[in-house]
Every structure is written in structure tokens, then in C-alpha cells.
Design a protein. Structure first.
Length: 329
């Protein structure tokens, strides 16, 4: 869950999220970050409060790819970081690993254990706005993306930070941005290219988790985008590619999901599709309700009505527990 605020003590909203809703994890954004000391204090308070209320460690995550997507950035007193594109263009794998290790160290000092990076989208569409246009791809060739992602993972792991490959099954071929609305990649997706990083890195045993993309591909599922698609997550990712670890959704408040499916139905569909962690970047809904509470109520109704299998929930919780155990080592 994403939240508002920069300090824990006295924040009733954050208290409810951790102790009443008992969210399993929190995600930091720029709105939560003021200084390195403040971030460390906030995460320390949240970790202690969640342990006291829920009796389990709190997963604390962030998008810290480097470059433009870097929540712990220069405006809060941190040094600048290199984007995936800059690292890919330089072609120096040692530099990529060292930069990831530097970013990872920053995260560990801030009390953050899970970096939702690297981006392994292959940037073969020069007109792509959200990946290529934002300098978030290591390159236009799958081999280069694999090599730099491998180095990036090594650097993060050396710093003691868990990672997430994103955005499955690929966002590099799109002409539009799923933050804003529906994205159809049926005519532009290239499975042989876009799945290569996942296949290679999973085979090497270096993947901690995988994040989904909110992209629609009629060749994979004629009804749902990847995050909500059993054929894509349960069939392709878990079945054909053999992934057994945690799958985390991209933000369910993004336009491609919330505008078309609604948060409550999307949460149920995502879990049934094979997603384990439901990521919601902002707990405040426009009508003042809590997105976390709406989601939990929807999941409980679905379980009671038989639309969501208890076995699916149990399997997701088991995978999350395994990831949490690694995050707190």
C-alpha cells in the first residue's frame, strides 16, 4: 500500500493501515521522502508498529530503478543515479553492478528491503513513451537487457536488497502508457524478444519476484490484460516458464485497471490469475474511503461467494511468507 505522510507517530491514517487493516507491505513514493534521516525514521517506526500490531515483519518497497524513476532522489538530499538507458548505452557491466550496489546500499540504510526493479522490458519500440521515452530500458536488444539486468541483480543482492523483474510479459512494444488508460499490444508484442530476459534470469535462479504489466494482448487472453489474466500469469508465467515465486501486480489504481475493471473486481481477478501481492499506490480513494479496506472487503465477499478459492489465497500467502523471510535475513 502507498500512503501519505512523512512521519509515523501521530499519523492516524498510517496507524489504521498497519494496525487495523494490517497491510502486509508499504510502498514509498516521493511524497513520503524528505531527507535520508527522515526516511530511516519513518521506516523504522513502521516496521516496529507493524510487528507489534500484526506479529510479522513489514515488507517495505520502493521504485528505485535509477535515473528518472528514483524515489530517494536529489530533491531529498541524495546523490544522482544513472538510468537503465545510461547504463545500457555505456555497455559496462561492472559499472551497472556497482551502480546497483550503490542504490541498494542507499535503500538498506533507509530501511527498505525490496526494490521494484530492474526493468527488463526490451526497448525495441523507439516510440514507446513509458519505458523507452523515460530511459527505463537497458536497450533495444534482448541480449543486452539480460546482461545488464543480471549485473543489476547482482549489485542489489550484494547490498542485501530483494528485486522484481518488470513488466511481465513486456511493455517495451507499446505505443501508450498503462498509467493513463487501456494499452493494447496485440499488434506490437514480440514474445520471442520480450520473454527472453525472464527465461534467462529465471533459469539462473537470480529472480526474487516478477511484476506484471497492465497490457492487453489478444494472442494471450482475449478478455483481460496481463495482470488479470489467468492465461498470462497462471498459464504463461507459472506454467510455461515455470516461475514458482512471488508475482506482484503493478499499481491497481493505474488507469488501465481502475478505469475499466474497478479496484474490487480487479483484486479478485488478479489473485485468481496467479498474482500474490496486490500493489495499490494510494490508499486514499476519491470518495475518502480506504483502498485497502475496499480491497479486503471484496476479497472476503469473493471467498464467501465461491468466486475466489481459499487454496489460491493460501498459496499466495505461502509465497509471500517465503519472500518476507528472505527480506528480513
Amino acid at each position: 500500500m502507498g500512503f501519505h505522510g512523512t512521519a509515523g507517530e501521530g499519523d492516524a491514517e498510517l496507524e489504521r493501515l498497519l494496525c487495523e487493516t494490517r497491510a502486509g507491505g508499504v510502498l514509498l513514493f516521493g511524497r513520503n521522502v524528505r531527507t535520508p534521516e527522515q526516511v530511516a525514521g519513518l521506516t523504522g517506526w513502521m516496521a516496529a508498529r507493524a510487528q507489534a500490531c500484526a506479529g510479522r515483519p513489514l515488507l517495505i518497497g520502493v521504485d528505485a530503478e535509477g535515473g528518472r524513476v528514483m524515489r530517494l532522489g536529489t530533491s531529498a538530499g541524495y546523490t544522482d543515479t544513472l538510468s537503465h538507458r545510461e547504463l545500457g548505452d555505456a555497455g559496462d557491466l561492472v559499472a551497472t553492478e556497482l551502480e546497483a550496489r550503490r542504490i541498494g546500499g542507499r535503500l538498506r540504510r533507509a530501511g527498505i528491503q525490496w526494490n521494484l526493479a530492474p526493468v527488463v522490458d526490451v526497448g525495441y519500440n523507439a516510440a514507446n513513451p513509458v519505458i523507452v521515452g523515460a530511459n527505463r530500458s537497458f536497450g533495444a536488444e534482448a541480449a543486452a537487457v539480460v546482461a545488464h539486468a543480471r549485473a543489476y541483480l547482482a549489485g542489489m543482492h550484494a547490498a542485501g536488497v530483494l528485486t522484481a523483474l518488470k513488466h511481465f510479459p513486456g511493455h517495451g512494444g507499446s505505443f501508450t502508457d498503462s498509467h493513463l488508460g487501456f494499452v493494447d499490444v496485440t499488434d506490437t508484442a514480440n514474445a520471442a524478444v520480450e520473454l527472453a530476459p525472464y527465461q534467462a534470469l529465471m533459469a539462473e535462479g537470480v529472480v526474487d519476484s516478477v511484476m506484471t504489466a497492465h497490457v492487453f494482448n489478444r494472442h494471450l487472453d482475449g478478455r483481460y490484460p496481463a495482470t488479470l489474466s489467468r492465461a498470462t500469469i497462471g498459464g504463461l508465467l507459472r506454467g510455461e516458464l515455470g516461475w514458482r515465486g512471488v508475482v506482484v501486480s503493478d499499481d491497481l489504481r493505474m488507469g488501465a485497471i481502475e478505469q475499466h475493471y474497478g479496484l474490487d473486481d480487479a483484486a479478485v481477478l488478479a489473485l485468481e490469475a496467479g498474482v500474490d501481492v496486490l500493489l495499490i499506490a494510494d490508499d486514499r480513494l476519491p470518495d475518502g474511503r480506504s483502498a485497502a479496506r475496499v480491497t479486503l472487503d471484496a476479497l472476503r465477499r469473493a471467498l464467501e461467494e465461491g468466486r475466489l478459492s481459499p487454496a489460491v489465497v493460501d498459496a499466495a500467502l505461502s509465497r509471500i511468507d517465503a519472500l518476507r523471510a528472505r527480506a528480513t535475513r
